[in-house]
Write a protein that binds this ligand. Structure first.
Ligand SMILES: [Zn+2]
Length: 179
């Protein structure tokens, strides 16, 4: 069950195996999801757009072959790290601002966990979808899966400057930013 977290925005926790979270933005009959879970979750529809925060299997395995638009940072498809599962229908994310209904999504390349990890800011709701780069409570993703610590530090520095209100990571709790 998708649970509402903001305007037009909800989340689906997939607690079965690795507790990945799928996010949904839905407006005017169109659906955009961020990450697809490990394949266990019942998404129940083919989203118009699927944006992947990175290529790890627990974020990408839910992608179905008939999904029309699946976007992944180009560095991820060329990346040779463990636990990757790149969907055949994934296309390079142009990383340009994306207008989706009344939402404006901005993309940030935040390597460190993997080469092609990204964060997505929804300007309308102030939600930052941070994948496995930044977690609630100041945590951050593992850097020993083909990423590196130095890039992670730089990416976390970049994230700290982004004007977001709610952090929505790929695992665990979501977190309001303190004023
Ligand atoms: Zn990951």
């Amino acid at each position: 069950m998708f649970e509402k977290i903001g305007k037009n925005t909800s989340m689906l926790r997939t607690d079965e195996r690795v507790c990945g979270t799928i996010y949904l933005i839905e407006e005017g009959g169109k659906r955009l999801i961020i990450d697809s879970g490990d394949g266990d979750a019942e998404i129940g529809f083919a989203p118009d757009i699927c944006i992947l925060t990175h290529g790890h299997f627990d974020h990408t395995s839910g992608v179905e072959e008939n999904w029309p638009c699946v976007l992944l940072h180009p560095a991820e498809a060329a990346f040779k790290g463990p636990y990757l599962k790149i969907p055949k229908n994934a296309a390079p994310n142009p990383m340009k601002p994306l207008i989706f209904g009344s939402h404006l999504l901005e993309f940030f390349h935040t390597p460190g966990h993997t080469r092609g990890s990204i964060c997505i800011l929804d300007r309308k709701t102030g939600i930052l979808f941070s994948g496995d780069t930044a977690f609630a409570g100041g945590g951050y993703g593992r850097t020993d899966l083909g990423g590196n610590e130095k890039e992670m530090e730089e990416s976390l520095g970049l994230i700290s400057k982004i004007n977001y209100k709610l952090l929505c990571p790929g695992h665990g709790d979501i977190e309001k930013r303190e004023e």
